[in-house]
Design a protein around this ligand. Structure first.
Ligand code: GCO
Ligand code: MG
Length: 403
């Protein structure tokens, strides 16, 4: 089955998405997500200018060979732009292969390992009371795992606290907006938040929290220790992960589980953290970590060390990524949890999908392929609009910090 055509579709139904569509001489088509939040056009160009010309005429069934061609063949390996582009091709080809087999993708990945995929939703509030109310609302919607984030007194804007209730979207300005940050205020506030949340929601729900790369290792250790009484499922990205040794220090001080990896793009970013058992959950997902093919390698390495998966699933990952991730989640043995931030109605309409949510669990659906498509006519009505993620500055002196 030959690849006859491939195109990149950039659209913005509420937020920007980059989607790759591959066509074959047998009439089968496949789609892959290529969205890299805030740097969308870099991936669109990488694909259109450098990848697509090499795809035409290749056998669409040779997924692994094409993956290796794009990875090794570029000479310049890894990095988020390259790996997102490769992921889009890989996802579209798995979609085509599963359609050719007449099977939902999870069947080609070994079949179901579980009845459904536990997802966590985002409960956000401007203060503790509002966050507690949101956690209870999510529990009432059936969620078994809930991430809680709250505004911090004295800070203008804090990661995770958005404008809408279901649709938090940080990339909200045509130039980066500036947020302020105080580690001291945050470290005082967060244990209070979880004390109140646990009091209100009890112990039958998993609680998660995203630190979003903001602490130094010793500060992260202190946070992990102070949250131990509230038995969190994980704290995420407690400190930046460029220097992976940093996690050893956190580990020495706390038994709060650690999740890392939403910005990782290959197994090489994960290797030391996993092999040294410095984390409990690996957050890499389909679109930013080389597609289904590469994510399976990461998961297999993680399985050797009892590290489980917790795929990134924010709104900047399109429904195409979500669909593919659900096929991965339901078929991988060391699954932990899947993040699920709901897309807006406009986004859902542009990307018709077979996956669904019920009682805190999601299923990928049973249509052949990964079950997500793009309505190109509708997509054309939502042209690209430049949007950046914010930057962070320390509240007391304006030093640029990690957002
Ligand atoms: C998460 C993430 C996101 C990121 C976003 C950046 O845990 O869901 O941290 O909210 O900030 O994906 O593009
Ligand atoms: Mg995160």
């Amino acid at each position: 089955m030959k690849i006859t055509n491939a195109r990149v579709i950039v659209c913005s139904p509420g937020r920007n998405f980059v989607t790759l569509k591959i066509e074959t001489d047998e009439g089968l088509t496949g789609v892959g997500d290529a969205t890299l939040n805030g740097r969308e056009l870099a991936v669109a160009s990488y694909l259109s200018d450098h990848v697509l010309p090499c795809l035409i005429g290749r056998d669409a069934h040779q997924i692994e060979d094409i993956w290796q061609f794009l990875y090794r063949g570029a000479y310049w390996r890894r990095g988020p732009v390259t790996m997102t582009a490769i992921a889009a091709v890989d996802t579209a080809l798995w979609d085509i292969k599963a359609k050719a087999a007449g099977l939902p993708l999870y069947q080609l990945l070994g079949g179901k390992c579980r009845t459904g995929v536990m997802v966590y939703g985002h409960a956000n509030g401007r203060d503790i009371d509002e966050t507690v109310d949101e956690v209870l609302r999510y529990r009432d919607m059936g969620y078994q795992a809930i991430r809680a984030q709250s505004g911090v007194p004295g800070l203008q804007s804090v990661y995770g606290v958005g404008r809408g209730r279901m649709f938090y979207e940080p990339a909200d300005a045509s130039l980066p907006s500036e947020h302020d940050w105080s580690t001291e205020k945050y470290l005082d506030h967060t244990p209070r938040l979880f004390e109140k949340v646990r009091d209100a929601v009890g112990w039958d729900v998993h609680l998660l929290h995203d630190v979003h790369h903001r602490l130094t290792p010793i500060e992260a250790a202190r946070l992990g220790k102070s949250l131990e009484p509230y038995r969190l499922f994980w704290i995420e990205d407690p400190t930046p992960a460029e220097n992976q040794e940093a996690f050893r220090l956190i580990r020495e001080h706390t038994v709060t589980p650690l999740a890392v990896g939403e910005i990782f793009s290959s197994v090489w970013d994960c290797k030391d953290l996993i092999q040294n058992q410095l984390i409990d959950y690996i957050r890499a997902t389909v679109v930013h970590a080389g597609g289904i093919s590469h994510l399976r390698r990461i998961a297999d390495l993680a399985a050797l060390y009892q590290v489980r998966t917790g795929c990134h699933g924010a709104t900047d990952l399109s429904p195409v990524c979500m669909g593919a991730a659900l096929h991965f989640d339901i078929s991988v043995s060391n699954f932990g949890v899947q993040e699920y931030m709901r897309h807006t109605e406009e986004t859902d309409a542009v990307f018709p999908h077979a996956y669904s949510f019920q009682d805190g669990m999601m299923v990928p659906g049973d249509v052949p392929g990964h079950g997500v498509d793009i309505d190109e006519d509708l997509a054309r009505k939502y042209p690209y609009s430049r949007a950046y993620l914010p930057v962070n500055r320390l509240a007391h002196d304006g030093t640029l910090w990690n957002w």
